[in-house]
Design a binder for this molecule. Structure first.
Ligand code: SAH
Ligand code: SF4
Ligand code: F3S
Length: 433
């Protein structure tokens, strides 16, 4: 029996998919990249922005035919299924789907799948609770050298544009022992890099005053793990102890993802982000001072309700001042049930797009210039494998997540090596061993 899985969302969603894969592979299913030969098709959905809905419903139409012809079992899960209007739509118009599951019922997937295949019943397993922290699920990881480790679930922040707190429930942290045990095992299996995941990692609470900085320090002590990343921290929770942990531990990546969302203090207030433009800039300055060579990446939303040209200029101003290595840019998308969706001063689509293009232009114009600083430097990189386009070239990423291509032999894959950077090509760097 073969399964095909599509992940539509963030790295947390991806990590959930690795667990679903672990569960079904334990049941004897084998992974296939070809959806048409799969006996089981799984979609792990995202709803953080609107466009995912059209994509999913388009796919479901195509899958109906495959199901009629081959009896394919279809399972749809993830964040979108936690939205009441979507769940209703699934119940009304998509009754041929075998399993609909939410974000709190992953651990029951084996049971649900058995019921669906053996008893031929339709499963609708979505519950609206905060969920428990379920440990020790099987997992089939996508990568051999880099691993994601979820440290906390849910979110308490209720940024006014965001659906995540509604579909993922309240914050729950895993126990430190469980996280450290997982990472020690990863190290034994040969993993070199871990990314600690959560919607707000720096509000991690391991109990008994054990905070995110303690976790960082303990993860750094694990032999064999050479690089530690984390996403996403929230600027409001970026306390001095976290900065200190980073400064004191070379293993922690020197690129920090610090979601800005907007550079306007007024918009930030409306977004319920709990920091001002100046506080964000001060935090960046403090980190630059305490952590030599620190770099930043960020998330920015343009076209939030009520955003004026002046507000948008403030965003561009922060972009110029911080000089981000990478910006994930988003056009504001109305999400049912959120506070911002109810605002009357929504921004017209064309203005949102104009601002998006302007931000993109500013960012693009700085990439090459930013890349110049790498030329002549030596970068320690984890060799990922062969380049996609050229099988004679190896590829890896710098600490700051830039792709580096270079000539080398297969035995280097999975190792950390030093590369001297010789050229920059906007979206990648070239180097020599
Ligand atoms: N918890 C993380 C990530 C949340 S989702 C954080 O706070 O940084 C990833 C990104 O999607 C967000 O940072 C935000 O920039 C974007 N996003 C969330 N809701 C959005 C919406 N309604 N419209 C557009 N972008 C959105
Ligand atoms: Fe959404 Fe804000 Fe929570 Fe991030 S911190 S998941 S943007 S509510
Ligand atoms: Fe999307 Fe859910 Fe992640 S809404 S961004 S998959 S937490």
């Amino acid at each position: 029996m073969k399964y095909h899985i599509t992940t539509m969302g963030c790295q947390l969603n991806e990590n959930d998919s690795e667990k679903i894969s672990g569960i079904v592979e334990n049941m004897g299913y084998e992974k296939t990249e070809k959806i048409e030969e799969a006996d089981l098709v799984i979609y792990n959905t995202c709803c953080v922005r609107e466009n995912a809905e059209e994509r999913l419903f388009g796919k479901l139409g195509e899958l109906k035919k495959q199901k009629e012809e081959q009896g394919t079992i279809i399972a749809i899960g993830g964040c979108m299924m936690q939205e009441p209007h979507i769940l209703e739509k699934m119940k009304q118009s998509y009754n041929y789907i075998d399993i609909v599951f939410g974000t709190h019922t992953l651990h029951k997937f084996e049971e649900d799948l058995k019921k669906a295949t053996e008893k031929k019943i339709k499963i609708r397993d979505v519950i609206d609770i905060d969920g428990e922290v379920i440990e020790d699920l099987p997992i089939k990881r996508n990568d051999k050298y880099k691993a994601s480790v979820t440290i906390m679930y849910g979110c308490n922040n209720f940024c006014s544009y965001c659906i995540v707190p509604y579909v993922r429930g309240r914050e729950r942290s895993r126990k430190p022992e469980k996280i450290l045990e997982e990472i020690k095992n990863l190290s034994k299996e040969g993993y070199k890099e871990v990314t600690l995941l959560g919607q707000n990692v720096n509000s991690y609470n391991g109990g008994n005053e054990y905070k995110f900085s303690n976790l960082l320090n303990d993860v750094c002590k694990i032999d064999g793990i050479e690089k530690i990343r984390f996403i996403s921290p929230h600027p409001k929770d970026f306390t001095d102890d976290v900065i200190e942990s980073i400064a004191n531990n070379e293993k922690i990546s020197r690129i920090i993802h610090l979601p800005l969302q907007s550079g306007s203090t007024k918009v930030l207030k409306e977004m319920n982000r709990k920091y001002t433009k100046q506080q964000y800039l001060d935090l960046v300055d403090k980190m630059k001072e305490k952590i030599p060579n620190v770099l930043f990446s960020t998330d920015i939303i343009v076209g939030f309700p009520g955003e004026t040209e002046e507000d948008f200029e403030d965003t561009l101003d922060v972009v110029r001042k911080v000089n981000f290595e990478q910006i994930f840019m988003f056009i504001y998308s109305r999400r049912k049930g959120t506070v911002a969706d109810k605002k009357e001063n929504q921004i017209p689509e064309e203005i949102k797009h104009e601002r998006f293009e302007k931000l993109k232009e500013l960012y693009d114009s700085r990439v090459s210039l930013n890349n110049q600083k790498y030329i002549g430097t030596t970068q320690r990189i984890l060799v990922d494998g062969y380049s996609k386009n050229d099988k004679t070239i190896l590829t890896g990423r710098t600490d700051s997540n830039k792709v580096v291509n270079f000539y080398g032999t297969e035995n280097l894959i999975g190792k950390m090596i030093d590369i001297k950077i010789t050229e920059e090509h906007k979206w990648y760097l070239k180097g020599e061993i």
